[in-house]
Design a binder for this molecule. Structure first.
Ligand code: PMP
Length: 388
């Protein structure tokens, strides 16, 4: 006969305080240089030189983008008021989806409330136990979590290793397969040869899911790396996007065939059970998409500035606005970022688990709106904190 919970003997003294381990874990992280702190930014223009944000085109404060957000706020209110399937789809969401599909050259688009949730939705709704996922080792946490949540068998291949991917696809027992990768790696800044990956996916009848978070706005004259590779309208290609980087807003999207979008609307849990994207964010993103479509030179400016930042730091230029400066151990990387910040320059500091152990780095990001004076200021500051 089952015993009622209140009849069970209390375990006083038998088990440790359930939070006691937190202090130990925090001390270990601090000793390894892995402690993180939040540093609230002041509002408005501040004197700090931002080389850390993902606002690659400088659109987060563009007046047209702000006006798009303000008009949406006035038209639809402060919140989406419900999930996309109930009240959370406004005419603005529909317009944004059309504009995103148009910009990236895909047949259709579906907006999510973040890029993270777009990745979860795309992979979980399209994979499953009968679908082998081949996942690039450099993939963003959201793609890794998506693979785990999908309950698919997963083979992780070294970053960019097409031979290993081909072997896994050829030897699979599952009838279906999906290859998951980032077009531009978020911490290395390198661009994968997407046309070759697409050919591989076609050869093995696999879907190709490409996260173009860091390619959109920067590659392909702003239309993204998938468009640049000429594969955006291919039926087996699904592209995931964030609206929070080059678009200067917030939110995410999946672009692909109408059949894929229909499946996501019915089956992507991170779409169905989440409140729709905030109208202000949708309005801002829509304005940004229009700016990017009309001003392809913005993307080129971001890439030129990235090359200049890399030259100042003495590291090779990448294929994107992301400039990594590998330091190695976490503590010296952190200390260098603090020294820069104390001198008014904010850079990203990426440490494990965001990057593999031993590859802690400063991550600088270029913006199209960096001025020559900004570059000179960075050069002086960089030299003052670099060991001679
Ligand atoms: N994918 C990649 C490659 C990213 O870098 C990020 C953001 N860091 C995301 C997805 C998640 O996008 P969001 O911030 O819109 O959730």
């Amino acid at each position: 006969m089952p015993t009622a919970a209140e009849d069970l003997p209390a375990g006083e003294g038998r088990w440790p305080d359930p939070l006691a381990w937190l202090g130990v874990a925090a001390a270990e992280r601090a000793a390894a240089g892995l402690h993180r702190t939040l540093r609230p930014r002041p509002s408005g223009q501040c004197d700090e030189l931002d080389l850390a944000s993902n606002d690659y085109l400088g659109l987060a404060r563009d007046e047209r983008v702000l006006a798009g957000a303000a008009a949406a706020l006035a038209g639809w209110g402060a919140g989406a008021t419900g999930s996309r399937l109930v009240t959370g789809t406004t005419e603005l969401h529909a317009e944004l989806e059309q504009a995103l599909a148009g910009l990236t050259g895909a047949p259709a688009a579906l907006v999510f409330s973040s890029g993270y949730l777009a990745n979860l939705g795309a992979v979980t709704a399209l994979a499953g136990p009968d679908c082998l996922i081949v996942s690039d080792a450099g993939n963003h946490a959201s793609l890794i979590d998506a693979c785990r949540l999908s309950r698919s068998p997963v083979v992780v291949v070294s970053h960019g290793d097409r031979d290993a991917a081909a072997r896994a696809l050829a030897q699979r027992r599952e009838p279906r397969a999906m290859v998951v990768l980032e077009a531009v790696n978020s911490t290395d800044g390198d661009l994968l040869p997407l046309a070759d990956w697409h050919a591989l996916a076609v050869r093995f009848a696999a879907l190709l899911v490409v996260d173009d978070a860091h390619g959109l706005g920067v590659r392909g004259a702003g239309r993204g790396a998938v468009a640049e590779a000429g594969i955006a309208a291919e039926p087996n290609v699904i592209t995931t996007l964030t609206l929070s980087k080059a678009l200067g807003s917030q939110g995410g999207a999946v672009v692909g065939s109408q059949a894929v979008i229909d499946q996501l609307i019915d089956r992507a849990r991170s779409f169905i059970f989440d409140t729709g994207l905030n109208p202000a964010a949708a309005g801002a993103a829509l304005a940004a998409v229009r700016i990017i479509a009309a001003e392809p030179a913005l993307a080129a400016s971001a890439l030129v500035r990235a090359g200049e930042l890399a030259a100042i730091c003495g590291v090779p230029a990448t294929d994107s606005a992301v400039v990594p400066v590998i330091i190695g151990q976490a503590l010296p990387a952190f200390e260098r970022s603090v020294a820069l910040r104390e001198r008014g320059v904010r850079v990203g500091c990426f440490r494990p688990p965001s990057v593999p152990p031993g590859t802690a780095r400063l991550r600088l990001s270029a913006r199209a709106d960096l001025s020559d004076a900004d570059l000179r200021r960075f050069c002086q500051t960089w030299q003052s904190v670099s060991p001679s």
